[in-house]
Structures are given as C-alpha cells and as structure tokens.
Design a protein around this ligand. Structure first.
Ligand code: FES
Length: 182
C-alpha cells in the first residue's frame, strides 16, 4: 500500500499556533488590556473574541487557537464561549450583518412577511451573504424589545417597529453607504 504524504502545513497541528504569528500588535495590546481587568486571563475570553472580530469581522479557527494561546486557556473552552455567544461569527460574514428576531412576539407581528421581504430584496436566504459581500442575513432569538416588535439588529444596533417601508429605507441606506464605518 502506498503511503499518502500530507502537505507540510497540514502536518502542523493547528494547536501549535503562536498567537504572535496570527494576531496583530493592536489586537494583542487590546486583549492584554482586557486581561488586566480580570484575575484570570481566561475570563477575558469573550472580550478577546470581540476584539478579534472587530478587526477581522469574524473569528477563524486560526484566530481562535491564537486567542486561546494568548489567554493560556484550552481551545475547547474558548470554542464553547464562541459558540454560546451567537454574535461571535465563526464563518465569514458580509460588511453588514442583519439579525432578524424570530421569537414569539416578532413572529406574531408579521415575521413571515418581513422575512420573505428581506430575503427577496437581498436575494439570499438566512445564513447567506449577498454576492457582493455586503450583507449577511441571520435570525436571532428575542432581542429584548418585544414591545416594539418586530425587530432586527443591524451591525449591533436595534431597529424596531419594522414594516416594509422601514426595511426598504434601511436597505437603501446600506447599499448607498458602502462599508460599515462609512
Ligand atoms: S420576540 Fe422579538 S424582540 Fe422579543
């Protein structure tokens, strides 16, 4: 039987990632600052994930291993934190991310109609990103503003009392303004 030789990079366990080879100086400094606020470095896990996501839009496996290395914590523990917080993206997302609430109050306030409209206007389904990389569409559990349902979160900001005109207005602004920081 012939032996299959893997490419060199695949032979290196990703666990051996050195955080200095992956994270930028700014990311490391910001994470170290968060660590200084806690007794245990591992307590800064969610903050570290957010910092890296702010710089890269999402947290790749390589980044996850690098953060775990920097925080001197088990990768599986950090992965648990990342999985628990659904605002940590473990796959690439677009410049803008929409989380449409699909919990009970929003569901009773036209969720199906609003969901279909959003999907049709963007030309994507939930869990997808537009072809131009501009918008990712996701669902979310209750956003905590049931009295102003239906609601969504756009790039971390709540948008409440949704209706078709307000969605069209929001999407129009998104396509007009380009990047998240514009
Ligand atoms: S159910 Fe949508 S905000 Fe609570």
């Amino acid at each position: 039987m012939s032996k299959v030789t893997m490419p060199v990079e695949q032979q290196i366990p990703i666990q051996q990632v050195d955080y200095r080879a992956v994270l930028s100086e700014q990311e490391i400094a910001a994470i170290e600052h968060e660590c200084s606020l806690y007794e245990e470095r591992a307590a800064a896990g969610i903050d570290a994930l957010k910092i890296v996501q702010d710089h890269r839009r999402w947290v790749s496996d390589e980044s996850l291993y690098a953060i775990a290395d920097l925080l001197q914590m088990p990768v599986v523990q950090l992965e648990g934190v990342a999985t628990f917080y659904n605002l940590i993206y473990r796959q690439p997302v677009g410049e803008h991310v929409i989380h449409l609430c699909d919990s009970i109050s929003c569901w009773l306030h036209d969720f199906p109609k609003i969901a279909e409209h959003l999907k049709a206007k963007l030309g994507i389904d939930f869990g997808q990103t537009t072809a131009d990389g501009k918008v990712t569409l996701l669902t979310n559990v209750c956003l905590g503003c049931c009295d102003t349902a239906p609601a969504l979160m756009l790039d971390g900001d709540l948008v409440e009392n949704l209706d078709i005109p307000s969605i069209d207005n929001m999407l129009g602004k998104l396509t007009a303004r380009g990047g998240k920081n514009d």
